[in-house]
Every structure is written in C-alpha cells, then in structure tokens.
Design a protein around this ligand. Structure first.
Ligand SMILES: [Zn+2]
Length: 244
C-alpha cells in the first residue's frame, strides 16, 4: 500500500510503500506525474495492490502495479483523507525496512475500508486502530487480568508504569498510590472492549458495536495510553480539523 507520495523533479514521484515482505520501503516512480503514465493513479496514498519494484543503489524503483483497491471514496471526503493519512503515517512510524509487515498492512487495509464504510465515527475508529497497532507491535496494554498475579477479579485500576491492570490485593500489597498520574480507573465495559480488540484476529477487530457513552470512555483511555507511549509528532495531525 502507498503510505505517502511526494513529487520529485518534473514528472516523477517518490512513494513510501508498506509491503508484506519488506516492511516500509521508499521507491521512485519514474514519470508517475505524466498524464499518460500508467503509474499516475497508482502511486497515490491509500492505493493498495501488488507493486513490482527493483532495487537500486539507495532506493527501489516501481516498475508496475496491479491495483486491488484505490480507496477512491476516501479522496472525496476531506476529513476522511486526514484520518486516512494519519492511519498511514501511524502504521509507517512502526514499520521498519526489511522487516515483514503483513499484519500491519492487513490491518491498515481493513481500517481504510472502515473509513469508507463509516460504521464508526472517525475519532473512535482512530482510537481502535491505534490500540490494535500498538498491540501488534508488542506495545499494547495488559488488560486481561492482573499484570502481577493474574487474578481476574477486582481489576479496575490500570498502572501506566506497569503497562497493565493490578488487582486490589496487589495494589494493597505494593502500597501503590491511586491518586497519582500513574493510576487510571478502568470501567469493566472499557476493559471488556479493550480485551476484545486486543485479542481478536484482525478480520474481526471491527465486528462490534459500542454505545456512544462507552465509546467516549474507551477513547479517553486510549488517547491517554497513546500520548504516554508514542512520543512522536505526527505531521498528519497538524491538519487542523475538528475531531483531532
Ligand atoms: Zn494481582
């Protein structure tokens, strides 16, 4: 999938691709801005398909592309474009060159499809996407049981310093402070939603429904978690839109 595209010179484009086999790679698309170029429509953000590239000295070159999905509907909705760009940038931030990225790619693809379907609000979709990507990268929160003793009852406090929930007994034993900024109370509904998303196979992550009030609480938890764990300024977030 094309994560981003930049004009180069008179007629060319440089694209960043997220690939299953080689992770995030940068590729040169010669003549991709010429009106009659077969690469013109293919080397644009969100376009997904099978790209044939050959390696050069310091970058790949796109030879041809068989497109599976253009995500044209996203392009007609400015707000969707902003979210789409953010999803691509977020995924690209975690992807590495020469490191297989099949899951990340699949999930980004599924998320762009959800952006088109509009079954979830964009801000909520953003939070589900973020937390699942963090989990795919091994940086998700531990919400299934007590991170210390694996007790399943009385687990309503999340400790950022531990990356997980602690049960009431472990909190007492450790003398943890519940008033500091480290501890956040997590309602059972939020914990259940998080568990569902984190444990679900990619294809069923988005197969749930949540009432607005619960979605709001879930989003607040994820926002806080992401703010603390992903220290990076995303360019696409600077596009000044409501909801961001
Ligand atoms: Zn415990």
């Amino acid at each position: 999938m094309v994560l981003s595209a930049m004009p180069v010179g008179e007629n060319d484009r440089r694209v960043v691709l997220l690939t299953k086999e080689r992770g995030k790679i940068s590729a040169f698309a010669r003549g991709a801005r010429k009106v009659n170029s077969p690469l013109l429509a293919k080397c644009q953000p969100f376009v997904a398909g099978e790209f044939t590239v050959y390696p050069g000295r310091d970058s790949y070159t796109v030879v041809q592309a068989e497109i599976l999905e253009y995500f044209q509907e996203i392009r007609t909705d400015l707000e969707a474009v902003c979210y789409g760009c953010y999803f691509c940038e977020f995924a690209g931030y975690f992807a590495r060159e020469n490191l297989e990225a099949g899951d990340l790619l699949n999930f980004l693809y599924l998320t762009l499809r959800m952006l088109v379907k509009k079954r979830f609000s964009y801000p909520f979709l953003r939070r589900v996407f973020e937390i699942k990507v963090l989990a795919l990268e091994g940086e998700g929160p531990w919400v299934f049981d007590c991170v210390s003793c694996h007790e399943k009852e009385g687990i309503s406090w999340f400790f950022h310093s531990r990356g997980g929930l602690l049960c009431d007994r472990c909190i007492q034993k450790s003398g943890k402070n519940l008033r500091g900024t480290d501890a956040v109370r997590v309602e059972e509904g939020v914990r259940y939603t998080l568990s569902y998303i984190l444990a679900s196979p990619l294809a069923s992550v988005y197969s749930f429904h949540l009432a607005d009030a619960a979605a709001e609480k879930f989003s607040l938890f994820v926002k806080d978690y992401v703010d603390r764990n992903v220290v990076h300024e995303f360019k696409s977030l600077q596009m000044n839109l409501s909801g961001f």
